[in-house]
Write a protein that binds this ligand. Structure first.
Ligand code: PLP
Length: 417
């Protein structure tokens, strides 16, 4: 993970900024390491901002995105003096309610460049038909920029886009950069505005299986820089600072999910189900995006496969399948199976479905292990629950609905009075 952060930083040099997209995995202990590598961070909620601050992040190196921010989100962004990425006209109303006049909070405007990458449709975001970004085509992008310029609570630092995730081909990024530069050229021509920062988003894909051949972070940044420099030359524009915000390509390859084998069910001539002590509660990606993983026997990762099995989880859903038809050596209950490339969008999307506590996260470096997040317990499951046992006094005294002392219906009076 540190090597990937460095590869991003070195490829970027002084041409711009690299942020880590915390949605991929936002444990503060992990964010601390990313921050130490010199990366900023992007967050999408007041909660994620709180995790980033616990990870040591401060100020404008935190970019606050989101297509439906709340008042609390904007207040948290202002309090942290983060960079706000405006995504929807509703943001202007929130900004006026939360920020004092003349605040001048640094912001970028999120543009929808009208580019559809070749990835799963649920993780494509750059096309016109998307909930994210102001479309260029409809004129909304232009209007958003003009409204920022007219709002002294905001200070325009540049424009931003993000076309999708798990992208294995760099061509759509080149198309998005071209669309963004055409937009920047129109802003300069019509408004005399110089775009100083251009956010290209994240989205670089990783290898989940042996067949996947993603570009490296260095190739990704080099392609963006080259497209930007050439595109600016062609349009007579000053080259803006480039901002990238990868998540998956930093956290993903760094994570290995470990599962213990429990029940094994053989249906002769049909399928062998191997059930593990996790599943869709800690990794929803196979079901959400049809994601495919490899699996290895942890005690003998190089052991040749002898069978084809389907690895399923422990959740009460038939759809709780982690990997269908995967080759593995002989397995027995108690064996540990590992799934490589499980560091991104697994634990950060984990749930407590079926009352299953979420697993621990451990960081390993040069043979030394450090707990990032402890395994959850029943106490964690109960922490936010309001448990009322019949006969207990209620937490808050109840009053008669009509306010009269004489209203004596037992239900409306404080119990025990
Ligand atoms: C706006 C934005 N930026 C960055 C990312 C990170 O993408 P990835 O983890 O694929 O690099 C996402 C993820 O969807 C995103 O929505």
């Amino acid at each position: 993970m540190c090597a990937r952060c460095r590869e991003y930083r070195e490829a970027m040099g002084d041409a711009g900024e690299v942020l880590y997209s915390a949605k991929a995995f936002a444990s503060p202990g992990f964010l601390r390491v990313v921050a130490a590598e010199g990366l900023g961070v992007d967050v999408v909620s007041a909660g994620e901002l709180g995790l980033a601050r616990a990870g040591g992040y401060r100020g404008e190196s935190i970019h606050f995105l989101g297509n439906n921010k709340s008042l609390e989100d904007v207040a948290a962004a202002w309090e942290a003096r983060a960079t706000l990425v405006v995504d929807g006209f509703h943001d202007f109303d929130l900004v006026r309610q939360v920020l004092p006049a003349g605040a001048g909070l640094r912001c970028l405007v999120r543009i929808s460049p009208g580019v559809r990458p070749d990835t799963h449709e649920q993780i494509a975001t750059g096309q016109l038909d998307s909930k994210f970004g102001f479309p260029i085509a409809s004129g909304a992008a232009r209007e958003a920029v003009e409204r920022v310029l007219a709002e002294d609570r905001l200070r325009l630092a540049g424009i931003h886009c993000h076309i999708g995730s798990q992208i294995l081909d760099l061509a759509p990024y080149r198309r998005a950069m071209a669309a963004m530069l055409d937009f920047a050229a129109a802003l300069r021509r019509d408004l005399g505005l110089v775009v100083e920062r251009l956010g290209a988003g994240g989205g670089l894909g990783i290898a989940y299986t042996r067949q996947d051949r993603p570009p490296s972070p260095g190739q990704f940044v080099a392609a963006l820089r080259e497209t930007l420099e050439r595109g600016c030359r062609e349009r007579g524009l000053r080259v803006p600072a480039l901002v990238v915000e990868p998540g998956r390509s930093i956290a993903g390859p760094a994570g290995v999910a470990l599962y213990t084998v429990g029940s094994i069910k053989e249906i002769p001539g049909l399928r062998r189900y191997v059930a593990v002590d996790g599943g869709m509660g800690d990794n929803i990606r196979p079901k959400l995006y049809g994601a495919r993983y490899e699996a290895l026997l942890a005690s003998a990762p190089a052991a040749p496969p002898t069978q084809t099995v389907t690895i399923v989880g422990k959740y009460c859903e038939s759809t709780d399948v982690l990997i269908a038809d995967v080759p593995l050596p002989e397995l027995r209950p108690g064996d540990v199976i590992c799934l490589p490339a499980a560091g991104a969008y697994c634990l950060s999307m984990a749930s407590n479905y079926n009352g299953v506590p979420r697993p621990a996260a451990v960081m390993v470096r040069e043979g030394r292990a450090r707990l990032l997040r402890r395994r959850e317990t029943l106490q964690d499951l109960l922490a936010a629950e309001v448990v009322e046992v019949p006969g207990d006094p209620p937490a808050l005294p109840m009053v008669a609905v009509d306010g009269s002392e004489g209203a004596q219906t037992g239900l409306q009076r404080p119990l025990g009075e």
